[in-house]
Ligand binder design. Structure first.
Ligand SMILES: [Zn+2]
Ligand SMILES: [Zn+2]
Length: 336
């Protein structure tokens, strides 16, 4: 029997995001029907809404969702009605390629993603592959748990890739949804932090969260390289190609440049400087399953908490627009 749901849709490539009702079928084999409690709005939603072509259209957006399982399809044994779960960007992978075989499913070329190639979590109800769901502690509120499914997971994964040790300095470019969580994770690891952003409001949040330095991009080189001897790693969370050379210029010799923010733009760096300074440049995408568990564990222990503002679903189109314009501090979360 179909269930009625309400969701934020991208009806066609580059179409305005709209909120509309639709019927959700019962879950098929290997699937689960989830009644959503909350879903965060991510910069990837903005990017997907701007793509010239879509693999699935129309598509329900959203990949930072917390909900309760209502029913499961045949063959689902690890979940039951009433379980609290999280929906991430990762929906499924082929299971057979080198990436899948080595536990790096997020690099599978045949992967599916919620809110992109599969319907997402920005809906009152959604049907997803049961194997993609993660368990979420009951102690966390839905609105605080939601951003952990993408922003927290990705931020934590990037920090792990940066391989910074206690006492070292990490420069965080972009103090949005990911950056403000990365700052908290870094502090929890005993890593010193320098936050960089164009927004005074976001820099104020960084100072409140204990950043050692919080500066605008034009002041970053002075504050990080000149006054502090350079960062051991710089992580670029912002989806701006201009931030890449700015972050590079703050690194000490043998430093690491970790790229996270997604944009189709090109960046350029000086080859000789990269070579002579022995700089490592690496992309970081989502995280491992262990990273995700670590993120929820840290949240349950109160070591890091996202700054969230809660909105109704009907606000989703406006929130995506505001995020595109860089006018959201912390994370905007839809509460159903
Ligand atoms: Zn995301
Ligand atoms: Zn694969």
């Amino acid at each position: 029997m179909p269930h009625l749901a309400r969701a934020a849709w991208l009806q066609a490539p580059q179409a305005p995001v709209t909120v509309a009702d639709y019927p959700v079928a019962d879950p098929g084999p290997g699937e689960a029907l989830v009644r959503m409690e909350a879903c965060g709005i991510c910069h990837s939603d903005v990017m997907i809404a701007g793509l010239q072509s879509l693999p699935l259209s129309p598509v329900v957006l959203g990949h930072e969702g917390i909900g309760i399982v209502e029913s499961v399809g045949d063959g689902v044994e690890n979940l039951a009605a009433g379980d609290r779960v999280g929906i991430t960007y990762f929906a499924s992978a082929c299971g057979a390629c080198d990436a899948c075989q080595s536990g790096q499913e997020r690099f599978c070329a045949k992967q599916h993603n919620h809110g992109y190639t599969r319907h997402g979590a920005l809906a009152t109800r959604t049907v997803v592959a049961a194997g993609s769901l993660i368990r979420v502690p009951e102690t966390l509120s839905a609105e605080e748990a939601a951003p952990l499914c993408c922003a927290g997971w990705t931020a934590y994964g990037a920090l792990r890739e940066a391989a910074v040790a206690s006492g070292q300095l990490v420069a965080l470019f972009g103090m949005g949804g990911l950056g403000h969580l990365a700052l908290q994770y870094a502090r929890h690891m005993g890593v010193r932090t320098a936050a960089v952003d164009v927004s005074e409001e976001k820099l104020a949040l960084a100072r409140k969260l204990g950043a050692e330095a919080a500066v605008r991009p034009e002041d970053a080189r002075q504050a990080i390289l000149k006054e502090r001897g350079g960062a051991d790693a710089a992580i670029v969370f912002t989806a701006s190609a201009d931030a890449v050379p700015a972050a590079f210029s703050c690194l000490k010799r043998r430093g690491s440049l970790i790229l996270v923010g997604l944009t189709g733009d090109k960046y350029s760096l000086t080859l000789a400087e990269t070579v002579i300074k022995g700089i490592r440049i690496q992309g970081s995408y989502l995280g491992t399953r262990a990273d995700l568990e670590a993120v929820f564990g840290l949240a349950a222990r109160g070591a890091a908490r996202p700054e969230v503002t809660v909105y109704p679903l009907d606000e989703a189109p406006a929130l995506i627009q505001r995020l595109k314009e860089n006018r959201i501090t912390g994370r905007a979360v839809v509460r159903f």
